[in-house]
Design a protein around this ligand. Sequence first.
Ligand SMILES: CC(C)(COP(=O)(O)OP(=O)(O)OC[C@H]1O[C@@H](n2cnc3c(N)ncnc32)[C@H](O)[C@@H]1OP(=O)(O)O)[C@@H](O)C(=O)NCCC(=O)NCCS
Length: 197
Amino acid sequence: MQVFLKEGIRVNIEPANENYVESYMEFIKDLASDDDSYVIVNYSGLLPDIDGVRERSKLWNKGNISMHFALLKDRVIGYCGQKIGPTYGNDLQPHISEIWYAVSRDFRGSGLIYPLIFESLKNTDVKYVQAYVDTRNVKSSKLMENIGFKNMGKIGENILDKRNNILRDDYYFRGKREEALKILKEKIDKRGLIINF
Ligand SMILES: CC(C)(COP(=O)(O)OP(=O)(O)OC[C@H]1O[C@@H](n2cnc3c(N)ncnc32)[C@H](O)[C@@H]1OP(=O)(O)O)[C@@H](O)C(=O)NCCC(=O)NCCS
């Protein structure tokens, strides 16, 4: 999918593959030192090992894991991952997936996150989609509400923030994929983004 942001900047949203592992690592490195970010590196304090990521990248978009990148030429500026059967495996939970996502600082507020999540959700046929959001992450919570996900409640002390040795609280969000897709399309139009499939 091609996305034209308001300034006419063209971004491609594509299934991730191992050719982008280095650029993805650069992005993860930026997120690690970003005080507004709440992704795994912000809790673990450790950058993943590049060989491990290269190995994991072989599973992207195979089996129950999907991964999409937003690319500015060859630079990864956003991702949306999705795992089907997040808790009990895809045999017992073929109808539920979990998503995780991030956009590069320079592209926050541009609306890019909407086509990114849209493209990810379009590629699975689950009924429900869930996400865990740190209670301090106001933007991400707002984003989930914006796409029709319901805040199902707070899960206290759900993740260990190793950097600060504190257990952090998450909100558990869940919504219907079909409904989210409809709302995402409306959000894309409202934000004035042009998309070509
Ligand atoms: C979470 C993330 C993907 C959201 O993307 P974004 O481009 O920043 O999102 P937007 O600017 O569209 O903001 C989302 C909503 O939050 C609102 N918002 C932004 N800042 C806000 C604030 N300080 N208080 C309340 N609402 C706020 C926006 O107005 C928008 O709602 P609207 O469309 O109704 O206006 C992005 O901030 C990011 O990558 N963060 C770092 C990684 C991360 O934390 N990922 C999520 C892990 S769960």
